[in-house]
Design a binder for this molecule. Structure first.
Ligand SMILES: NC(=O)C1=CN([C@@H]2O[C@H](COP(=O)(O)OP(=O)(O)OC[C@H]3O[C@@H](n4cnc5c(N)ncnc54)[C@H](OP(=O)(O)O)[C@@H]3O)[C@@H](O)[C@H]2O)C=CC1
Ligand SMILES: O=C(O)C1=N[C@H](C(=O)O)C[C@H](O)C1
Length: 240
């Protein structure tokens, strides 16, 4: 595949290594210094674009990919308040949009485990649920996209919780997410259930960015010949 990398930072560079090791070719690498090269004409040279930039620039980048008719895989977090607008634009242009708050296979298994545990804990209201996420100090958004995905799944299953907050919770119906920024940590997510007599926690800890990058390249391969809104559920169903 010919791949356009929109965002050539920590993730863009790791994705490049993995894509090349899987026989793909990088035909465009965009960062702030050459953002003027991000044109429809240049995007059309690629079979797929992989987008890992910033919360502020992601949506414009998706629109450009839809206009160019190039499938786009994105892992940028912090833009989800505009999700409806993006998905509508994708449908209108008959494009292909694959988004995941976390592309790691391990995290997606962890999402399943989180749902199962939450379903069980719904019946036991002596447990207060909360979360912690730890990331490197360069991260622009808090809480992490992954933490929001975990929280949304808990809110769907645990009926005594109806929202999440990164501030001090005002009531027990608010799920507290503590966002810690520390050194160069690639990403740690912990879901905790605490009662008066015991404590249960589940943790996913990324050892590097390689798992996120491999998932993004697998997603790009999955997009070939497909249209519409795609997610890790579609990809994992195919792999299982
Ligand atoms: N879904 C997932 O699995 C994962 C998601 N992420 C998310 O991916 C995003 C990127 O992370 P990371 O690679 O660590 O961040 P970096 O800051 O290392 O890289 C961001 C890149 O985007 C470029 N960029 C910024 N603004 C623009 C713009 N307007 N046009 C084009 N390029 C631009 C930057 O250019 P320059 O270097 O010149 O500033 C840089 O190359 C974040 O939102 C992060 O949360 C991260 C890991 C996994
Ligand atoms: O910014 C990061 O680094 C990461 N961002 C994603 C998120 O916000 O969940 C995924 C991963 O945790 C690393």
């Amino acid at each position: 595949m010919k791949i356009a990398l929109i965002g050539y930072g920590k993730m863009g560079r790791t994705i490049e290594e993995i894509a090349i090791s899987r026989g793909h070719e990088i035909v465009l690498k965009i960062d702030v210094s050459n953002a003027a090269d991000l044109t429809e004409e240049n995007l059309k040279k690629a079979d797929v674009a992989i987008e890992f930039t910033t919360p502020d620039s992601a949506v414009d980048n998706y629109q450009l990919c839809f206009a160019a008719g190039v499938p786009v895989v994105s892992g940028t977090t912090g833009w989800l308040s505009r999700r409806n607008e993006v998905e509508e634009a994708c449908r209108e242009k008959e494009g292909c949009f694959f988004y995941a708050s976390n592309f790691s296979i391990g995290v997606n298994l962890f999402f399943e485990l989180n749902c199962k545990l939450a379903r069980m804990m719904n019946a036991f209201d002596q447990y207060n649920v909360s979360m912690t996420e730890v990331h490197h100090t360069h991260k622009l958004d808090a809480p992490s996209g992954t933490a929001i995905s975990l929280a949304e799944d808990i809110i769907d299953e645990v009926k005594r919780v109806d929202s999440w907050t990164i501030d001090e919770p005002k009531s027990t119906s608010e799920l507290s997410i503590e966002a810690i920024r520390e050194g160069e940590v690639p990403g740690i997510h912990t879901v905790k259930y605490d009662s008066e007599v015991d404590y249960i926690e589940i943790t996913h800890s990324a050892k590097s960015r390689k798992g996120f990058a491999l998932g993004a390249v697998l997603a790009a391969e999955f997009c070939q010949g497909r249209k519409g809104i795609l997610s890790m559920k579609n990809l994992l169903n195919e792999m299982a």
